[in-house]
Design a protein around this ligand. Structure first.
Ligand code: ISE
Length: 336
């Protein structure tokens, strides 16, 4: 039984803490930490686990075998580095870190350690419909992907959300899932300027945004991205291939017929953590199996770095009106 310590008791942190405490086999949550002591204490009390004074104390504790990081993005790197330093397995929510420099630092530390310790929380890879798309693509039944159309629409974002985070925090999911589905890296990318939504006029970010990317084989990806103020939370993915096409279904919801409105309707989800609620247990179960086998196979530090490098180039292209090349460092043997 692995004893887990979780750092970061915000919304997703509390949800994951609950899953790790009550719903995930093979592990048990033993403690939590947060910058805000009260947040840690409340979560700890609700789950009957220990509240550590700091993340560093939690990582160093002999009571903790495995570290789980759900802090805001800017704090990921320091805790991941400390976990590697302590030689402990570590699950870090996406993104691995917001800057390329931090991702490279983590990669260097893990390569120096000589073994994969870190998994990044790209949960879409564990969503049953994306998994089925991956299975079909790998089977060769529809041929090679040529054009990928994706959309990612949000209802709201926290106050600290800014234009660049549309890529580095949010559409990073599309970047990762496209790399995963195609098995290819990106070679160039561009952010397109687009007419702005009146709904977001008072927000500190550009909305909507369009991202264009090209893979190493010449396949093209376009992402329609909406930070917030949308009618609901929706994710779309259509892949045009040589011999057919694949489309991600919208999650099934109950069909309601109403006497009052003379309408037939289905609900549109409002929250990403509900949209992907079934993916998390699959993700965690696969991760725990890997911990038991002492060999991680899920999204790696390389995946975290690659997505961040793409996001960085996209953000640099903003306003230039040009596609910028995406140059990656050489892939270390550890991730081949
Ligand atoms: C959030 O941080 C997530 O990770 C969600 O999956 C994503 O859809 C949302 O846009 C992000 O802000």
């Amino acid at each position: 039984m692995f004893r887990i310590g979780l750092i970061g008791c915000g919304a997703i942190g509390r949800q994951h803490a609950y899953r790790l405490r009550w719903e995930t086999g093979g592990v048990t949550l033993v403690g939590v930490a947060d910058f805000v002591a009260e947040a840690a204490e409340q979560t700890a009390a609700a789950l009957g686990v220990r509240a550590f004074a700091t993340g560093e104390e939690l990582i160093a504790s002999p009571e903790v075998d495995v570290v789980f990081i759900t802090t805001p993005d800017a704090f990921h790197a320091n805790y991941v580095l400390a976990a590697i330093e302590a030689g402990k397995y570590c699950f870090c929510e996406k993104p691995l870190a917001p800057t390329v420099e931090e991702c490279l630092q983590i990669m260097e530390a893990e390569v120096r350690y000589g073994k994969r310790l870190v998994q990044v929380g790209y949960m879409r890879r564990f969503d049953k419909d994306y998994m089925e798309m991956k299975r079909i693509l790998d089977s060769g039944a529809v041929g090679r992907p040529l054009i990928l159309h994706m959309a990612h629409r949000n209802v709201s974002q926290p106050d600290w959300f800014r234009t660049e985070m549309a890529v580095s925090n949010s559409a990073i999911h599309e970047i990762d899932i496209c790399r995963y589905l195609t098995g290819e890296e990106f070679v160039s990318g561009q952010v397109l300027k687009v007419r702005q939504s009146t709904e977001s006029a008072d927000k500190p970010y550009e909305n909507p945004q369009i991202f264009l990317l090209e893979t190493e084989s010449g396949a093209r990806l376009d992402i329609e991205y909406q930070c917030g103020e949308c009618y609901g939370y929706e994710v779309e993915c259509r892949i045009v291939c040589d011999k057919g096409m694949l489309e991600l279904p919208q999650p099934a919801t109950v069909i309601q017929r109403s006497k009052a409105t003379h309408s037939r309707s289905t609900e549109i989800m409002q929250d990403w953590s509900i949209r992907f609620v079934d993916a998390y247990p699959v993700e965690f179960a696969a991760w725990v199996r890997d911990l038991q086998n002492d060999c991680l196979t899920g999204p790696s530090v390389w995946d975290g770095y690659a997505a961040c490098q793409v996001a960085d180039s996209l953000n640099k292209s903003r306003g230039t009106g040009r596609f910028l090349p995406i140059e990656m460092v050489e892939k270390p043997e550890l991730y081949r």
